[in-house]
Ligand binder design. Structure first.
Ligand code: HEC
Ligand code: HEC
Length: 335
């Protein structure tokens, strides 16, 4: 890594405005574009300010994502669990919807999911397109099939027109998936205070928040939570330095994590390291939703992952840093 290398970026553009009539959409997020020196020596990179998406596909995908027509009883939309006004998750330990089998794991945020190297806690999916069959078919989610969803959509002239205007083949599993994935790719939350600081806005963080980031690095959190999503780029065992599950008790199949995907013994209790983007608004925490607060989650990490408990003041500083990772969706104040 080259030290002292500085690049200059003109900030200000974020894509993904569904209103745009052209193929891609740009929105001016900041009123004043600024040119700043950026150090690229940090192990965390900012969320890109600009994501190229097809505005019409994205708008159709958003409509589908929000529409309970996807479920046979008309009761569940993707937003039921991935609430875009509340961190992109459901704020519950595990989802438990009337008429559905209760979920086995905590719902992850849909925001910035496109930046994760694999999807799901056990990393069972490589691509958003392949993942879509899970929420469609799972008895815990839509409990339906692509054929049923497509038939329901084909009864609706508005959807027939919307698809026909974009996809010559009309309503098919391919076009349906393509539109939803295009929307998911647009669900990014740039401009967190931390990202503004990384881009060179020196006063975007307080001294306390910088102290927290410094402990986050020196204590070792950064060895697993790093990259653009501050996580989401590797697999690690939960309980590296001390047995987590024996102490928590009643081990379930969901606690086996990546083992359920690979059936290799070394993958027992291994999980995709989760992203810490927007973590202040996506509690409760862990695959089992067992930590109610960020303070609790941070202390558990220091004990079970690093074998080095933190004192209350250090936990507090790290939590102050984690709160700076809350970005903005579509230029709003929070995801
Ligand atoms: C009943 C709640 C629920 C609903 C409704 C729901 N999901 Fe999810 N979603 C989950 C849970 C739980 C997971 C984690 C599954 C796992 O890790 O095993 C998840 C994971 C995901 C992921 C992977 C995120 C990541 O980073 O790993 C994507 C993408 C996703 N869902 C998309 C959708 C879409 C698209 C819909 C609508 C078709 C939808 N979900 C509806 C609960 C839900
Ligand atoms: C050895 C790798 C590793 C280290 C080191 C590590 N983590 Fe984690 N972290 C993980 C894994 C794996 C999970 C997911 C565990 C689970 O839910 O099953 C996780 C989960 C979390 C969560 C919950 C996120 C969510 O959305 O549920 C927080 C918060 C967190 N870590 C913060 C930290 C902090 C702060 C430190 C340093 C004190 C740290 N981690 C050190 C691997 C690590």
């Amino acid at each position: 890594m080259s030290h002292g290398l500085a690049i200059f970026v003109a900030t200000a553009l974020v894509a993904c405005n569904g209103e745009g009539a052209t193929e891609t959409a740009d929105v001016n997020l900041l009123e004043t574009a600024q040119t700043r020196a950026v150090s690229i020596d940090d192990p965390i990179e900012p969320i890109p300010l600009r994501v190229e998406v097809d505005a019409r596909k994205r708008a159709l995908g958003e409509r589908l994502f929000r529409d309970p027509i996807l479920s046979p009883d008309g009761a569940v939309a993707c937003t039921t669990c991935h609430d875009l006004a509340n961190g992109g998750d459901d704020g519950r330990t595990k989802s438990d919807i009337v008429g559905r089998t209760p979920a086995l794991v905590n719902t992850p945020s849909i925001f910035n999911a496109a930046f994760n190297f694999r999807l799901h806690w056990g990393g069972g999916y490589d691509e958003l397109a392949a993942q879509l069959k899970v929420p469609i078919e799972s008895p815990r989610v839509m409990a339906t099939s692509f054929d049923e969803v497509l038939s329901r959509l084909r009864t609706r002239p508005d959807y027939r027109d919307a698809f026909a205007g974009i996809y010559p083949e009309g309503i098919t599993q391919r076009s349906f998936t393509d539109a939803i994935v295009e929307f998911e790719r647009s669900l990014v939350t740039p401009n967190a205070a931390f990202d503004r600081w990384l881009r060179g806005e020196a006063d975007a963080l307080t001294e306390r928040e910088k102290e927290g980031y410094s402990i986050f690095k020196s204590h070792g959190c950064i060895s697993c939570h790093q990259g653009v999503n501050v996580g989401g780029n590797m697999f690690q065992k939960l309980g590296v330095m001390r047995e987590f599950f024996e102490e928590r008790g009643t081990v379930t199949e969901a606690d086996l994590g990546r083992y359920n995907v690979t059936k290799r013994d070394e993958d027992r209790h291994v999980f995709r390291v989760p992203s810490l983007r927007n973590v202040a608004v996506t509690g409760p925490y862990f695959h089992d939703g067992s930590a109610e607060t960020l303070e609790e989650a941070v202390q558990i990490m220091s004990v079970y992952q690093l074998g080095r408990p933190l004192d209350d003041d250090q936990v507090d500083a790290i939590v102050a840093f984690l709160r700076t990772l809350t970005g903005r969706y579509e230029g709003g104040t929070r995801p």
